[in-house]
Design a protein around this ligand. Structure first.
Ligand code: SF4
Length: 321
């Protein structure tokens, strides 16, 4: 049986070695987290390898060390299971790139939050590029989004694997909200109608015209009243600003403690929002409330901070966003 959260990499002289790949939304990583990768790689004899999905894989590991490594990293595996949304590749966009036309980080991280690890008929990859240079290779993703001066262009059915295929342009010049809405329609339609096949294979089978007519028909009629995944309200989005990812108190992989700021907790671990609300902490869009440390918020609400931190950490380790 495979060790939890690991892939079999190699069998050499009868000995098996494994790799793990923690989830790093958008490929952003703080120095402290990078230190953890270096530490476990050194300690357990692993080799770090950058992946095409903007992650760091640690390979060459022994099965018996995998659980300890996950404990020490305190992170979640990037992959849920074979047929799910596997990755959202994001270019730097207007936040960091002089050529950027649109905010690819904001959109890409929202797509990551909504869809990563969601079950699909086959594996699905997404890519978000901030301009037509398409550094996130959006045109060879199952769903690709490219920013222009006018908005976002949507491509479907791309693949760079064993059966390479360029995505078909579905629609152009969408605003941010409509981009989220049409991606949700595409995902739903694919989930409902595809066999075990990538989006491109599905399109080849039913024909692009039918695919486009069905998707755009639903989009133009605005018949969808509820998105597949719950959107986060203003203030709860994970939107890093230049330098912001290195200024907070908390990074992906950290445990939450009494000194963690509420703003950092909901930015880094949006899955904790229902837990905070269940403890009566409802002001999650308010900058002054979210600027408080967990300890102070617990005091104000008459809560036991240790109990609160334990519930939050438990929700992080439960794995599903
Ligand atoms: S796609 Fe455009 S915005 Fe994104 S990194 Fe490349 S050049 Fe910059």
């Amino acid at each position: 049986m495979l060790p939890k959260g690991a892939n079999l990499q190699k069998i050499h002289n009868g000995k098996k070695t494994y790799a793990i790949t923690p989830h790093l939304p958008g490929g952003f990583i703080k120095p402290e987290v990078l230190d953890k990768f270096a530490h476990v790689s050194r300690m357990y004899g692993g080799t770090m390898k950058l992946t095409s999905a903007q992650r760091i894989m640690i390979t060459g590991l022994k099965a018996e060390d995998i659980d300890n490594i996950w404990d020490e990293l305190g992170m979640q595996p990037a992959m849920g299971f074979a047929n799910c949304v596997r990755s959202v590749k994001i270019c730097p966009g207007i936040a960091f790139c002089k050529r950027g036309k649109q905010d690819s980080i904001k959109l890409g991280l929202e797509l990551d939050t909504r869809y990563i690890k969601k079950e699909m008929p086959s594996r699905m990859k997404m890519g978000v590029s901030g301009c037509p240079n398409s550094c996130a290779e959006a045109i060879v993703k199952d769903i690709g989004v490219i920013g222009t001066d006018e908005g976002w262009d949507i491509y479907v059915g791309g693949s760079a694997g064993a059966h390479p295929r360029l995505g078909d342009k579905l629609i152009n010049n969408l605003n941010y909200e409509d981009t989220i809405r049409i991606i949700d329609i595409i995902v739903r339609y694919y989930q409902k109608n595809a066999d075990i096949e990538r989006v491109g294979q599905f399109i080849e089978r039913i024909g692009f015209q039918k695919f486009a007519n069905d998707i755009l028909g639903e989009f133009n009629n605005n018949t969808v009243t509820e998105l597949l995944t719950k959107p986060y309200s203003e203030g709860e989005q994970i939107i890093p600003k230049p330098g912001g990812l290195t200024e907070g108190n908390l990074v992906v992989g950290d445990s939450i403690n009494e000194d963690s700021l509420i703003a950092d907790i909901i930015r880094v671990y949006p899955q904790t929002i229902p837990v905070l609300r269940s403890f009566g902490l409802g002001c999650l869009g308010c900058p002054s409330a979210t600027g408080e440390a967990l300890r102070k918020a617990a005091d104000i609400h008459g809560l036991d901070v240790n109990e609160l931190a334990e519930a939050l950490n438990k929700s992080i380790l439960s794995g599903e966003k």
